[in-house]
Design a protein around this ligand. Structure first.
Ligand code: ADP
Length: 322
């Protein structure tokens, strides 16, 4: 597989299964200690510890040999890229991510390959993701969510302006940088809408976060509004501590999504403004969901309290480092 140095014409990601399969992982070659971009021998990285593992890739802390700067290197084993579908999916991720430059999007540095892996070098987000933050704090306060939300909205506006739908917005893809800033990452399910405003038909997403029109109205297709639905799931999860449609069985999750069947538990009260915004974001009809601009203007998004929350989050993430 040749990783393009500039652009290429990859197809949008193809249809992954909605039910996560517990496939046996093949024996993978180990990622070398020294990563070299063969196209330019000056570009070399020393591999450090494993940062995390996803469905397709392992992600390592790496140091650039020339600048001594630290980055994250996503190593995607070529064993998993034998099919055209898998290759196209990775190429699409690289192509779309490379296009997006925003302070709240994980910065794409470069992609290259060796015999066994394709490497994607990314901005390092040392404080992991909002999943770990939520595990630690159980749930976020409204000022904390108010502090994160405009950052997420800014990044999403940048994507939608570039005609890119993320399609996998979730707490695990909201990375936290050293200064406590949010960075959206993982463009593995992202897709570009053509200038005729096509509707997408690929069924994809993460069960708890997937919009109803992807599951139940696939003949009509879906568009940018699926990301707005996911924002509703994210805000609910941040404030309540668990996703709104969470149950043991995926089929039941989908049934709940179909019926917008969720409640606000009495034991963790949230403000009327927060409830109203969540309800609007989780509108069954995509046309009823607010635009990014309308979300920014919603009463929940008032400026006050955000500065205090920023200090609090920065302290929490710093404590984690120590
Ligand atoms: P996949 O596409 O295979 O699901 P992910 O993009 O989710 O892989 O990455 C897997 C894990 O690697 C993440 O859960 C996280 O722990 C870690 N990771 C990914 N990108 C970064 C980054 N930029 N900085 C720090 N850790 C990262």
């Amino acid at each position: 597989m040749t990783v393009p140095s500039t652009s290429h014409s990859a197809k949008p990601p193809s249809r992954p299964s909605l039910v996560p399969k517990k496939a046996e992982k093949p024996q993978l070659p180990s990622v070398p200690l020294h990563l070299v971009d063969k196209r330019d021998n000056d570009i070399q990285y020393i591999r450090g510890p494993l940062l995390g593992e996803g469905g397709f890739a392992r992600c390592y802390y790496v140091t650039c040999c020339t600048s001594q700067k630290a980055f994250a290197a996503k190593a995607v084993p070529k064993i998993g890229l034998r099919s055209k579908k898998a290759k196209d999916k990775l190429l699409s991720e690289i192509k779309l991510h490379r296009e997006l430059i925003h302070e709240n999007i994980v910065k794409f540095i470069r992609a290259f390959e060796d015999d066994n892996f394709v490497y994607i070098i990314l901005e390092l987000c040392e404080n992991k993701t909002c999943v770990e933050l939520l595990k630690e704090k159980k749930r976020l306060s409204e000022p904390e969510a108010k502090m994160f939300f405009p950052q997420i909205l800014g990044a999403l506006q940048c994507m939608h302006d570039a005609r890119i739908i993320h399609r996998d917005l979730k707490l695990g893809n909201l990375f936290i940088a050293k200064d406590g800033e949010i960075k959206i990452g993982d463009f593995g399910l992202a897709t570009k809408v053509n200038d005729k405003g096509e509707r997408k038909k690929t069924i994809c997403g993460t069960p708890n976060y997937i919009a109803p029109e992807i599951l139940f109205n696939n003949d009509v297709g879906h568009s940018y509004e699926v990301d707005i639905w996911s924002l509703g799931v994210i805000l609910y999860t941040m404030l309540i501590g668990k996703p709104p449609f969470q149950t043991k069985h995926i089929k039941e999750i989908y049934e709940k999504i179909k019926n917008t069947d969720y409640t606000f538990p009495d034991d963790c009260p949230i403000s009327a403004e927060a409830k109203d915004l969540i309800e609007k974001l989780l509108s069954q009809n995509p046309k009823d969901r607010p635009t990014i601009m309308q979300i920014l203007e919603h009463p929940f998004m008032r400026m006050r309290e955000r500065i205090a929350a920023l200090t609090d989050i920065t302290n929490t993430t710093k404590c984690k480092e120590n």
